[in-house]
Each structure stands twice: as C-alpha cells, then as structure tokens.
Design a protein around this ligand. Structure first.
Ligand SMILES: [Zn+2]
Ligand SMILES: [Zn+2]
Length: 137
C-alpha cells in the first residue's frame, strides 16, 4: 500500500485460486484471499519486509512500514512463493481458476460464481485431478 516494499516475480503464474481457509481470513482481515503461485527462484524483493511464522513451516510476509500482507511460503510448496493478487501492479494479469478450502468459507458469503469449489486445499484439488494451473501457452 505504501510502496516501500516491492517484488518482482519472473515466469508464469503456476496456479490461481481464492483461498477461504481460516488462516487466510485471519491474516488478511478479509473474507478470503485471491492467491497466485510463482517459482520462488524467480522472486526478488526490495524494501522493508518482515516475516512471520503463522504455523509450523509456514511463513507469511508483510511490509514492515504499513503492514500490507505480501506473501506466503510453506514447506508443503518448497519451490513456490504465493502472492496476494491485489498486490499486483497490473490487476488484469490475474484470473482466479477456483476456490480452495471452501469448507471454511465465511457464512455470509454467497456462491456468487460458478468456478469449482474444493472443500480442501490446492494439493487435494490436484489429487482429484482438478488442479488450478492456468496451463501452458
Ligand atoms: Zn488460505
Ligand atoms: Zn508498505
């Protein structure tokens, strides 16, 4: 929000999804979070950033100046960095492909779209053959 902390991420988005888990709700203060995944090796940061271990093996980062949430990294996805989509300079780059942790969505949210709604997380969706990758082009 303040512009002090910036990132660059090379390559294509690996997947995109809305996450409705309780941790995302609490960490963002919002009903859900729009995420995308990038290869961690292509990510560079600048500016004041602080990391917080939100659960064992899970690190969320935020701007140390204004507190804006910035990223998520987990031992479950060791080569990926996940970003909050509203942090993009160009919002037109983002297109969510589905919902994860729909089983934890806030009770006041209506089923406002017809995207797939997975009860659990990314990996469970992939195991069901319903991964949220945006494909190759
Ligand atoms: Zn989440
Ligand atoms: Zn800031």
């Amino acid at each position: 929000m303040c512009g002090a902390c910036r990132y660059k991420a090379k390559g294509k988005m690996l997947w995109t999804a809305y996450c409705h888990c309780r941790d995302c709700q609490r960490a963002s203060g919002a009903d859900y979070v729009s995420w995308f995944g990038m290869e961690r090796s292509g990510v560079t940061w600048s500016g004041p950033r602080q990391e917080f271990e939100s659960s064992p093996g899970v690190t969320r980062s935020f701007c140390s100046t204004c507190g804006t949430p910035l990223s998520f990294e987990s031992h479950v996805f060791p080569t990926e960095t996940h970003f909050y989509a509203p942090s993009l300079d160009d919002l037109s780059l983002y297109l969510p492909k589905g919902h994860v942790f729909w089983s934890e969505h806030v009770p006041w949210l209506s089923n406002g779209d017809d995207l797939p709604k997975h009860p659990k997380g990314l990996q469970a969706a992939a195991v069901e053959g319903k991964d949220l990758g945006i494909g190759k082009d």
